[in-house]
Write a protein that binds this ligand. Structure first.
Ligand SMILES: [Zn+2]
Length: 178
């Protein structure tokens, strides 16, 4: 088991080598990534994100649920409050789903999934919890609908835990033109 002493040791090394004081609360990559909590698929590692480059949200499956949307709304307010006067730029919103996701095991618990997505059990099929390509396509569709009128590009990636490679399932798609 990794213990806290070990984390503190690693932190000392980070503070000595990787720490920067010039970072802002608004990610300099104008990027938000939504990914799964699975420890194998940490977006920071698999997409090579630098500290301060992207906001990263993680939940079970990396799914766009009403709770995810509420969190994104709150982050939008924080971003507005901390605007540093730089000109507004479009945001890249990247969804990262993956193969062998624990969501597959949850397919046997439709009531739990219905609660998670805040939909009736009869409306779970389009959430495609057993297929990462379809699920990321479905969630991109939700975002394109919900964010209509805002300056975002939304894309959907699928990470293969067997190869370490991502595939672009949905290329960056502008929201505001829809
Ligand atoms: Zn997962």
């Amino acid at each position: 088991m990794t213990d806290v002493d070990e984390l503190v040791r690693r932190n000392r090394s980070f503070a000595a080598d990787g720490f920067r004081t010039d970072l802002t609360i608004n990610p300099r990559g104008h990027m938000m990534v939504v990914g799964c909590v699975d420890p194998r698929v940490d977006p920071t590692s698999v997409l090579g994100l630098a500290l301060g480059e992207a906001a990263v949200l993680r939940n079970v499956g990396g799914r766009i649920t009403p709770a995810t949307l509420r969190t994104m709304g709150m982050l939008g307010e924080v971003g507005q409050a901390r605007r540093d006067g730089s000109p507004a730029q479009p945001w890249n919103l990247v969804l990262l789903h993956h193969t062998d996701c624990g969501m597959l095991d949850l397919a046997a618990f439709p009531d739990l999934l219905a609660e998670y997505f805040e939909v009736p059990v009869t409306e779970l099929e389009p959430k495609a919890v057993s297929d990462p390509v379809r699920s990321v396509q479905a969630d991109v569709g939700v975002l394109l609908d919900v964010l209509r009128g805002s300056d975002f590009f939304v894309s959907g990636l699928v990470y293969d835990v067997a190869t370490g490679l991502v595939d672009v399932a949905v290329a960056p798609t502008p929201v505001r033109l829809r």
